[in-house]
Design a protein around this ligand. Structure first.
Ligand SMILES: [Fe+2]
Length: 314
């Protein structure tokens, strides 16, 4: 595969790899996830260090899994629960990625690959474009059960992997990766990142039984799993690619707005066209605040705005 890292095969160093690609904070976090003596491959992946998980790591996984799997019934979309069941994901210990991959590869040709932490955008897109989902190998600490900013193994694996068994969502994720490589070359990453944020991470889907969660950022969080569906505070607005690409978001609080798709087919179809003219058209329009409601929005619920942070949205 292609890689940004130009060091000799298999001998990339962090210095080579990070030159100008990640912020100091992300680099620090990435380095913390790379164990001493461990080989970082040119595509930023590592062997999942199964022997390094502690009893506490497994206990944190089991606690989070039990809590989320229980509370998500009736809240998460059926496709997620079907994926979770089909994968036979371990509930009592951190899953072995290789075992997940046996099922995942057979189903949709996707695989989970271990990384020390967040990887540079182009590396991430390249993995997705080749049906590889980079997952942090490490687990959050017991005192971080409810919140941590960086994606850990629970968020990445429990949150993202079950839907990769759904053929339409699997195709959407690959298309996103291909689109990302292109957007990066066109200076349009902000717009595309908003699409990922409001779908893959914080998306809701309309079903015959009411709204359901499919975004990994919601469903790996107990608080937001309740808030996103039950709270009167956030807006819930029908999915619209152009609208989403202009909308800023929160990384430090629950979202002010959730966008609702009608189906995964709608999501995939909306992202099928070449975004080049869209990027050009949107680049001349102002961005929107995370909680704004615009004329033309298909508003499902107007948020009460209760508890919304005053600070600027990203
Ligand atoms: Fe995520």
């Amino acid at each position: 595969m292609e890689s940004l890292v130009t060091a000799d095969a298999g001998t990339a160093t962090l210095e080579d790899s990070f030159e100008g690609t990640l912020t100091d904070k992300l680099r620090e976090q990435f380095e913390a996830g790379l164990l001493s003596g461990q080989q970082l491959r040119p595509d930023f992946t590592i062997e999942q260090p199964l022997h390094r998980y502690t009893a506490s790591d497994h206990a944190v996984w089991a606690r989070l899994y039990e809590r989320q799997a229980g509370m998500l019934r009736g809240r998460v979309c059926d496709e997620f629960l079907q994926g979770l069941a089909a994968l036979g994901m371990a509930s009592d210990r951190v899953p072995d990625f290789e075992r997940l991959n046996e099922t995942l590869m057979r189903a949709t040709g996707w695989q989970v690959v271990a990384v020390p932490g967040l990887v540079p955008d182009e590396v991430f897109f390249d993995h997705l474009a080749n049906r590889r989902f980079p997952a942090s190998w490490w687990m959050r600490k017991p005192e971080q059960l409810d919140y941590l900013q960086e994606p850990d193994c629970f968020h990445d694996v429990f949150g993202h992997v079950p839907l990769l068994i759904n053929p339409v969502f699997a195709d959407y994720m690959q298309a996103y990766g291909k689109g990302g490589l292109k957007a990066a070359s066109m200076g349009a990453l902000d717009m595309l990142a908003r699409l990922y944020w409001y779908t893959v991470e914080f998306g809701l889907i309309r079903t015959g039984q009411g709204l359901r969660i499919y975004g990994a950022g919601i469903l790996s969080s107990q608080g937001e799993s309740i808030y996103s569906l039950d709270s009167a505070s956030p807006n819930r607005i029908g999915f619209d690619v152009r609208r989403i690409m202009r909308t800023r978001y929160r990384i430090d609080t629950f979202q002010k707005t959730y966008f609702v798709i009608d189906s995964f087919d709608q999501l995939f179809d909306a992202t099928r066209p070449d975004f080049t003219p869209l990027y050009a058209a949107l680049s001349t329009q102002p961005t929107l605040g995370a909680g704004d409601i615009e004329p033309g929005d298909r508003v499902i619920h107007t948020g009460s705005r209760e508890g919304w942070a005053d600070s600027d949205d990203i």
